[in-house]
Design a protein around this ligand. Structure first.
Ligand code: GLY
Ligand code: MN
Ligand code: MN
Length: 431
């Protein structure tokens, strides 16, 4: 166990006061027949426990300051088929809980644990069956009233508390995120080096996944987008089964999940290794927008300042390229730019690719703080349209990096893959 797990639970306990918190991990999900999707623990649960087995529940008791795990028992027969499980005793030892019990004892023990706690926090409203089960423990706690034991009368969402903690990454998380970023970036380099006209999109996807798995990242953080030519104008393109044509661009949006943490990188490059004049023109706009936004990522700057910096560059470019007419302010005011740029500048990243943390407080955009990690990912997507110069038809470009806010500014930790036109062409010419 690493020390930060204990520290995170202590910090949450300190916020609970006399309250008690109950938090379950994610269920296993059937893919078809009796085959499961790869199991992935709930991110909040993982953050607080490090415990990755299914069928597990964490209880944090603010009144006693103790942390309790409920998990699957050891089971020699099941372990022959499905592999090792800790069982309560070994899990308590390995992950630093004060107490650990069989998950089979959960319904029996919880009503008593809720007694004389002022408030109950749980992961509310994500799963109806789980909410009902929590309700049954509350009812059990209320049955103790005749013995002079009070049931909690206030309820809250424990995840809202954990979200704020997860938003500011600790030193260990930063190291793992940087590693996820590095492996993801190397996968993109491999994709650029391999790409040739005539290949299929899935062949490039295979290069990425090969590199991820080779480096211990068994899963991508999300379905990889490998979108040649016009497919790049579909934001969440996932078919990845078209041919890559000479003269077209390839947009690759892919990142690995390493030790639970996500990488999320996009690069757009020419299938044949050389940008055309029109591709170059659009690319330079998107790159300038991305660099302008990244420059605003620093402690104290608000999230919308980065977004606005990118938008101003993109709209200036749309006007220069004659995609739109008018003035920068007019086009921003009217929202016309959304024809070509219809998503946000980015999102927090961490255990989830679209990570937790509210972006506004009381209607105000929040400011960057050291330890936040965000993506910066502007794009331009030009669908065919007679009002648009034909040379730009079907060009879709996004450039995405992952950025850590540091005490003095920021660190782009996914820059092991080139993004300037010269650097991309140089890398692709080497092969
Ligand atoms: N790949 C998902 C995103 O960029 O947000
Ligand atoms: Mn992405
Ligand atoms: Mn992203």
């Amino acid at each position: 166990m690493h020390a930060s797990l204990h520290d995170r639970r202590q910090r949450l306990l300190a916020q609970l006061g006399d309250a008690i918190a109950v938090l379950s991990t994610a269920p296993e999900v059937i893919r078809n027949a009796d085959a499961h999707y790869p199991y992935r623990a709930d991110s909040h649960f993982l953050y607080l426990t490090g415990f990755a087995e299914p069928e597990a529940v964490l209880v944090l008791d603010g009144k006693t300051g103790r942390s309790l795990l409920f998990c699957r028992d050891k089971n020699p027969d099941s372990e022959i088929w499905d592999g090792f499980r800790y069982g309560p005793a070994a899990a308590r030892e390995a992950f630093g809980f004060d107490e650990a019990y069989s998950i089979g004892e959960l319904d029996q023990r919880l009503p008593a644990l809720l007694g004389d706690r002022a408030a109950l926090y749980w992961n509310v409203g994500r799963n109806a069956a789980w909410d009902a089960r929590v309700g049954s423990w509350l009812e059990g706690a209320r049955q103790q009233a005749r013995f002079g034991v009070a049931a909690p009368a206030q309820y809250g969402d424990v995840l809202a508390l954990v979200d704020e903690m997860r938003l500011i990454k600790d030193a260990r998380e930063i190291a793992v995120l940087q590693q996820a970023g590095r492996i993801s970036a190397e996968g993109h380099v491999r994709a650029m080096q391999t790409c040739r006209p005539g290949m299929a999109e899935y062949e490039i996807e295979a290069e990425l996944l090969y590199h991820f798995v080779r480096h211990g990242a068994r899963q991508p953080a999300y379905e990889s987008i490998v979108a040649g030519g016009a497919n790049a104008c579909t934001l969440h393109y996932a078919a990845n089964n078209a041919r890559l044509n000479d003269g077209e661009l390839l947009l690759v949006d892919a990142g690995c999940e390493f030790m639970g943490y996500a990488g999320d990188i996009t690069r757009t490059f020419p299938v044949n290794g050389r940008f055309s004049a029109a591709q170059r023109d659009v690319y330079e706009v998107v790159l300038a927008a991305q660099l302008a936004a990244i420059a605003r990522v620093q402690p104290g700057a608000r999230l919308d300042e980065a977004a606005d910096a990118a938008l101003a560059v993109l709209v200036r470019g749309m006007l220069d390229l004659k995609l739109l007419r008018g003035t920068v302010d007019g086009v921003i005011e009217s929202g016309e730019y959304r024809r070509f740029y219809m998503h946000g500048i980015g999102h927090f990243i961490g255990l989830d690719v679209h990570d937790v943390g509210v972006r506004k407080n009381g209607g105000q955009w929040r400011a960057f703080e050291p330890g936040m990690c965000t993506t910066i990912e502007p794009g331009l997507y030009i669908r065919p349209d007679e009002t648009v110069p034909q040379a730009f038809h079907n060009i879709g470009i996004r450039i995405e990096d992952n950025v850590l806010v540091t005490a003095s500014g920021h660190q782009v930790y996914t820059d092991d893959v080139p993004k300037s036109i010269d650097d991309i062409e140089a890398l692709m010419q080497q092969h």
